[in-house]
Design a protein around this ligand. Structure first.
Ligand SMILES: Nc1ncnc2c1ncn2[C@@H]1O[C@H](COP(=O)(O)OP(=O)(O)OP(=O)(O)O)[C@@H](O)[C@H]1O
Ligand SMILES: [Mg+2]
Length: 263
């Protein structure tokens, strides 16, 4: 099976005025079957990395640069989006239109923002969307406009939307930010279930609690480059986090996962 992500000598410049590289990766490969968490301070390039995966962005054309998803350099965006379940904060802006929570979730079947045509929506699509909304606790909101629900509820709608196609991999940028304690716990439980059933998870987060036990690999980003990359026990150490965040930090392993504390 080809790797999910194969990024070699990949760089992205977002600010063409300063030409500073928002991302500059020598090598970052995530194999199929591997679950990875990406951590890093604000501005370290995490969302830029995500947007490369989802093909919202393309890297600078450079010799020897490889930027493949499942072995392909070029993707039909619709095809890619039916294989990847994507949740990014950018999507929240995009769906911020007058559409209902239910239509937001259903739109995942069409990789579109709204529903292209009512007739395309099948009974199975509706049933599956309802099941996902129910699990995430937003079924009672299905008739509400996304502009009339809370931030966390809108986020849950996007998560339900990402699950439409039973994606091979889920790519999540800060999925639990804005969720309440129960919704975040539910979401992590659901993520665990999905990953146990073979869905690959790539998760960008600030919250160590999001690193579910099925994640074995951690990548620390700093100023657009990989600072550390490897097995969780080797990467998620007091010394590495303290250096990355320039603060004396301690990693505490609890019953359900990790958290960081000041020393
Ligand atoms: N549209 C843009 N134009 C210019 N520079 C940008 C743009 N978007 C992001 N950047 C810069 O690119 C770098 C990486 O940003 P990115 O959004 O990937 O960071 P991040 O790790 O996701 O941060 P956060 O934790 O705050 O979400 C930052 O230095 C940021 O200022
Ligand atoms: Mg970000």
């Amino acid at each position: 099976m080809k790797p999910i992500i194969e990024f070699i000598n990949v760089s992205v410049i977002l600010d063409t005025f300063s030409n500073v590289k928002a991302l500059d990766l020598k090598e970052l490969i995530v194999k199929s079957g591997e679950n990875a968490a990406i951590l890093g301070p604000n501005g370290s390039g995490k969302s830029t990395f995500m947007r490369l995966i989802t093909r919202e962005l393309y890297p600078e054309p450079e010799e020897g640069s490889v930027c493949r998803i499942w072995g392909e350099e070029r993707w039909n965006v619709f095809q890619l989006r039916s294989l990847l379940g994507i949740v990014t904060p950018y999507m929240a802006f995009k769906v911020n239109q007058n559409i209902t929570v239910e239509d937001t979730v259903l739109s995942g079947f069409f990789s579109s923002i709204g529903i292209p045509h009512r007739d395309y929506v099948t009974r199975e699509m509706r049933k599956k969307s309802e099941r996902n909304m129910d699990f995430l606790g937003i079924l009672p909101l299905k008739g509400r406009f996304v502009t009339e629900v809370s931030t966390g509820e809108a986020r849950l709608a996007l998560i339900a939307r990402a699950l439409a196609h039973d994606p091979k991999a889920l790519v999540l940028d800060e999925p639990t930010s804005g969720l309440d304690i129960k919704a975040a716990l539910n979401f992590r439980e659901y993520l665990r279930k999905l990953s146990k059933h073979g869905t690959n998870v790539i998760i960008v987060t600030h919250d160590l609690e999001d690193i579910i036990p099925e994640v074995s690999r951690v990548v620390l980003l700093d100023k657009g480059s990989v600072f550390k990359d490897g097995p969780i026990e080797q990467v998620l150490t007091d010394a590495n986090l303290s250096k990355l965040y320039s603060s004396p930090l301690k990693v505490v392993k609890g019953k359900h996962g990790y958290r960081a504390e000041f020393e």
